[in-house]
Design a protein around this ligand. Sequence first.
Ligand SMILES: Cc1cc2nc3c(=O)[nH]c(=O)nc-3n(C[C@H](O)[C@H](O)[C@H](O)COP(=O)(O)O)c2cc1C
Length: 345
Amino acid sequence: MTASAADILARAALPVLQRFPPETAHALGLRGLRAMQRFWKSPPFPANLATEICGLHFAHPLGLAAGFDKNGAYLDALGALGFSHIEVGTVTPRPQPGNPRPRLFRLRHIDALLNRMGFNNKGADYVAAGMQRSAYRGIRGVSIGKNADTPLDRAADDYVECLRKLYAVADYFAINVSSPNTQRLRELQAPEALADIILPLQQERERLGKMHGKRVPLFVKISPDLDGDGFRDLCATMKRHRVDGVIATNTTTGSQTLRAMAKDLGSGGFSGAPLAQGAVGILVELRREMGEEFPIIATGGIMDGEQALGRLRAGANLLQVYTGFVYRGPALLTEILAALPHVAD
Ligand SMILES: Cc1cc2nc3c(=O)[nH]c(=O)nc-3n(C[C@H](O)[C@H](O)[C@H](O)COP(=O)(O)O)c2cc1C
């Protein structure tokens, strides 16, 4: 069975899944993918789509964003669809339940989701063991964060503990300091706070690198809601401390209009189409601030092939999808991969 057969099956399954509450649909969808995974066979990717970032070989630019496979339990099933990379997590040192349900909402009429999951995950040990068992051959990113009950001034300990526990199974780490759903987490984007996390992580990486014989790059995932000064400070901090790359962006707490539209649903981060414009703006600014060579992974509102192409043309090295994949399933991968060769034109 080919990836296009996966598209057809998914096209039939998606309307059924969307009758369930979003989090139930997510769990059912993942289980369905796993049940069918041995039947998929993603087609070989054109060699001109391959790209090398920080010494890592990506078969093509398109990956799955963090939060879809929180525990790295579905790497094989998701990998079989053809993602070049999958970002597992966000993982915290200790398991935690996340926020009370409901905490994930569809805003179908505007191609968006609202979530306040709050890093629900089974903890770093569990995730590391599962990833060890996986046969996924693409690039494995691991997004790391702090437990909800860890005070902000001890956050670095949590990030370092995750690094230690997951180093052997990770190809890159994403330092998540931008989720709106863990109280005060975004304060960790401020220059001193970020340096206080990056420096111990780099020190520990030095030690682990020798032990494991590999240097795992550290990327920072940023918020789309920073103001101009906050953004420039963040860029300066990433430059000063030689961060390996950036993932832009996480979900947005939204404009007033967007918040008004979803006021009955409570707080959270918006993803999908309403995020696109802001995410592109940040991508363009990042490329300008950080220079030509700096690795940038673009995510936020990539809902079709045209958006994907636009991000690459605006300077992204890699792309990640989440909400578009929720609504469109594997057909989105097919469309984006078909659109990409035109980059070479
Ligand atoms: C339900 C849900 C859970 C998410 N969980 C995480 C997470 O744990 N860590 C993270 O870095 N980003 C998380 N994200 C953000 C996505 O990785 C992505 O940055 C964002 O949704 C923008 O991409 P999109 O518009 O394609 O969805 C989550 C998004 C959604 C919708």
